[in-house]
Design a protein around this ligand. Sequence first.
Ligand code: KG4
Ligand code: ZN
Length: 333
Amino acid sequence: MTGAVTILAIESSCDDTAAAVLQDGLILSNVVANQLVHEKYGGVVPELASRAHQKNIVPVVDAALKQAQVKLDELSAVAFTSSPGLIGSLLVGTSFAKALALSLDIPLIAVNHMEAHVMAHFIAQPIPQFPFMCLTVSGGHTLIELLHADGRMENIGQTLDDAAGEAFDKCAKLLGLPYPGGPLIDLYAKDGNPNTYSFPVSSVSGFDFSFSGLKTSFLNFLKHHTSKNPDFIANNLADCCASVQHAIIQQLIAKLESAATQYGVSHIGIAGGVSANSVLRNAVEELGIKHNWNTYIPAFEYCTDNAAMIAMAAWYKYRKQEFSELTITPSAK
Ligand code: KG4
Ligand code: ZN
């Protein structure tokens, strides 16, 4: 035993099985197994996801421990994602973490997945100063959160219908692209003009978001054009991607800008899978330059689902001795 605090973290909330090892606040390993099985179904199939987690979890944890050169008996705690997510997927990580913590007689730390996305900003320097406003955009959530110095996470705004990642994935599906379509829209949009077609930007007031109107408008737009020209999508894919991406990002940036202005915050960031989007990353940088705000954009490996962010959230909880009972059950919400 080294006397160091060593945490094994497990993430299994959706379709990525991930494990990471953290020692005294430093990430030693970060392993993710993606589930390609969902690609052909156009979305995550919950039953297939939990089966894949069962298959992947032992090799993924094993790889994370080996890469970190840490043995099981050196662990100080086991952390896991307890909510939100697909219940069958969460159960695999939860059961594994509980069994391991029980067998090693070490504490168990339950972590909220969305809070962990924000905590990804504390993995590498420079870390944000408080209050820190984070736009967290993933396949299931779109939130503006304000992280205070005492660790309190205040919810400022959220989507009233689809999440930003869901909007990307649904629009990509309408274009005939496989799941998850967000990264493909980002890729094809690089050759397109974002001002070719215009789509409505939500008129929801305050700091909440709405993307369902955009999706319907995109569907009607494609129906209209393909009825006249069946090759419309194939011939205009880049412009379609660039234009719909522009509409999504425009809404995200407008809300983040007005929320940070109203709350007088000068440290802002983005997190979650959609924060891997190249246009969003650039737009946040530009916002920082415009207002002289400090901007925080996670490295790509910490944008989409990973266990390093779970480990970092757990490290803060460990120092406050915020441990969970072995009877804890995961929650979808
Ligand atoms: O955070 P995440 O990995 O999983 C959830 O917690 O949902 O986010 C996944 C979402 C998907 O909707 C995916 O299409 C989107 O993030 N995404 C992107 C990009 N990379 C991932 N969306 C737009 N552009 C990207 N480059
Ligand atoms: Zn996520």
